[in-house]
Ligand binder design. Sequence first.
Ligand code: AMP
Ligand code: MN
Ligand code: MN
Ligand code: MN
Length: 281
Amino acid sequence: MFTLIDLHTHSHCSDGLLAPAALVAAAAARGVQVLALTDHDTTAGLTEAQAACAVAGIRFVAGVEITALWRGQEIHVVGLGIDPAQPQLAAHLEAIVSQRRERILAIGEKLRRVPKLAALDLGARVLREAPVPTRTHLARALVAAGAANTLQGAFDRYLGRGTSGHVSAAWPALEQAVQAIRASGGHAVLAHPHRYRLSGGALRNLCAEFAACGGSALEVSLPGLSPNDADRLARLARENALAGSAGSDFHDPGQPWRPLGRFAKLPEGVEPLLPRLALAA
Ligand code: AMP
Ligand code: MN
Ligand code: MN
Ligand code: MN
């Protein structure tokens, strides 16, 4: 079977830095054999990525990473094996993208109140440049303007919760994201479950509700996962009869600590999601 897979990646169609074809080339260079493109709330890069995979001999999975809300927390749901033309999914994503545009403008307004940022009008600039704008775009603009040294620094100072530019958003609920993915023939995967700011009990509830509303899998294999978190995620998958998925959440070749490709072998007792996905040749 396949050894190196990556079922969670981003291109410049959302907040990644590479064009879809360049992402595929980078994945091929690392020996990735199965690749999903999972941009935030958009399927715009799938056609280009699929064509590039066909040329590179990589099996391609059409994907998306949908922003959702669960008990006031932002949660990400990866959809794999989706049909981007399916109307319910397309309408769901379109609504989120308009919410994103409004949110970036609202953050931009707040940042204009910071004296040294007032003249930059970062919100308007990001909206002009990014069809699916994210806080990552704002973070890059803040670094380019010299207001922060790193993306992390920009989040810590201007964009994260509790900072001057934070704006929360009423994203559609978790079960609506799962439904939209399923309506389009896809499998719903709870992305990076260990990264949410939830207590152990709340994360258990999230996983149980995710399974109950039709979720298929948890991401259990990601770069930088501590052995403790890896055990915790494997246990959550087994307890909720959820399969396991693996991906890098790759955005940027300048972040070598998050390389493309994960080994397909998952923890003991966790069923891999991969065989359930219909793979293009
Ligand atoms: P948004 O969906 O607009 O809220 O933007 C969230 C995106 O910002 C995520 O998909 C990550 O790629 C990125 N992000 C979130 N927190 C951080 C952070 N602390 N440092 C760098 N990137 C981050
Ligand atoms: Mn991102
Ligand atoms: Mn995510
Ligand atoms: Mn992601």
